[in-house]
Design a protein around this ligand. Sequence first.
Ligand SMILES: Nc1ncnc2c1ncn2[C@@H]1O[C@H](COP(=O)(O)OP(=O)(O)OP(=O)(O)O)[C@@H](O)[C@H]1O
Ligand SMILES: [Mg+2]
Length: 359
Amino acid sequence: MPLTRLIVQQFRNIKACDIELSSGFNFLIGPNGSGKTSVLEAIYLLGHGRSFKSSLTGRIIQNECNELFVHGRFLNPDQFELPVGINKQRDGSTEVKIGGQSGQKISQLAQVLPLQLIHPEGFDLLTDGPKHRRAFIDWGVFHTEPQFYDAWNRLKRLNKQRNALLKNAHSYRELSYWDRELAELAENISHWRAHYVEQVKGVAEDICRHFLPEFDIQLTYYRGWDKTTPYRDILENNFERDQHLGYTFSGPNKADLRIKVNGTPVEDVLSRGQLKLMVCALRVAQGQHLTQVTGKQCIYLIDDFASELDSQRRERLASCLKQTGAQVFVSSITASQVADMQDKNSRMFHVEHGKIEQG
Ligand SMILES: Nc1ncnc2c1ncn2[C@@H]1O[C@H](COP(=O)(O)OP(=O)(O)OP(=O)(O)O)[C@@H](O)[C@H]1O
Ligand SMILES: [Mg+2]
């Protein structure tokens, strides 16, 4: 489901841009500070309702302007063009349009525009805390399990409510009624996550073997509490500890995807280039799995493609992406770094001082 056209207005240093896109590779070439990452950031905003660089809307709206717009047209599976758009104002308000209808939700945008971002700071998936890996799992569950989004939001609300109740409760009995629903939701969410990891694992291991043949990768899912005890019992058994902490310690909010190579945590073994390749392998695996399960293609945004990768590894990644048949946006400082990836379907865009011209 590629984007066929992208319109960006008043976004960082991009005053106005309107480009027709390739359904294959789109290269963004330009010097430092020209606006390459900003184009990727704008597409990301269209699919996620937020930037991957800044949580403050004021930072992404062009200086001296009050609002930004990102519009796109994408081909849906039955080959109809569907317009999507997002407008953000300096006061923080957001307007989402899908198919000409305003007042749509950001989660609906995410549903129609599955995106995978690979950027130089993306190592945090492997080296930082579990938050990023939970987000990785939840991206997949969100796109493959229709009930997940509502269940997750409900669970978050119940968790908040429980934490408030914990403060004043005299005995566990005061919580047990609420915990029944919380436990059921937590078990469901955990079941979906485990199922997703089980499925994507095989695809990820295959791609990792191709990218990093010298390593044997192991992915294991940790659900956030001991695997033999029902969540209901965890909530009850840990009541005093939770009350002392002021929040519910164990649960789906502690889930993780544990990644090891040759039995050792990845960050202790892999070089920076190898870490980047592993992140790429995991992200491409998610995209491939999405296509296998739903028939949907995701769009890959690859910022600073050449950084950390030698030419042989770049080639491996490029050919793997080509095989997926997905739309890919690649930013690079020089055209020579992406020369091998060009074909008759690809498009090259030159970026200079926030102006994007097809080359
Ligand atoms: N709110 C804003 N309004 C106007 N310009 C901005 C705003 N925020 C950032 N900029 C400028 O926009 C440009 C954004 O550059 P961007 O990060 O897209 O560059 P790039 O081409 O990816 O560079 P690099 O190769 O260094 O990664 C920078 O020159 C930055 O100073
Ligand atoms: Mg950049």
